[in-house]
Write a protein that binds this ligand. Structure first.
Ligand SMILES: [Zn+2]
Length: 120
């Protein structure tokens, strides 16, 4: 079964070997990718959701080929509807593609929530 982190790896072309990426840029890029794949979100909405300004977004788009392609697909209206809409983890606020009714991106986050730890 494809998990959120596997999808992240597919999207970013990075291995999941090191666990959750802690680089803020990385997270933003992953979130942008996930949200851009969903026809439900307009680019403006995505920027708002991620609290990102346009300049930052353009830099990421320049750097990341997949984001570039997604923008192109959007412009041409070729974006395919997703089986699963991306969702924001209730614990770490990271965007992920849920499996079933998952509200957390990982078991770690689910556990942390059950333990009642403070949200980061
Ligand atoms: Zn999480």
């Amino acid at each position: 079964m494809v998990t959120g982190s596997t999808i992240r790896a597919m999207l970013t072309g990075k291995s999941t070997g090191k666990g959750k990426g802690s680089d803020a840029n990385d997270l933003a890029e992953t979130a942008v990718l996930l949200l851009l794949r969903s026809p439900r979100f307009a680019v403006g909405e995505i920027l708002e959701l991620l609290d990102m300004d346009e300049r930052e977004f353009r830099e990421i788009a320049k750097r990341n080929r997949r984001i570039h392609e997604l923008l192109e697909e959007r412009r041409l209206g070729q974006l395919k509807p997703l089986d699963k809409e991306p969702r924001q983890c209730l614990q770490c606020r990271e965007w992920f593609v849920p499996y079933g009714a998952d509200r957390f991106c990982s078991d770690e986050c689910k556990k942390a929530d059950q333990l009642g730890l403070d949200k980061r």
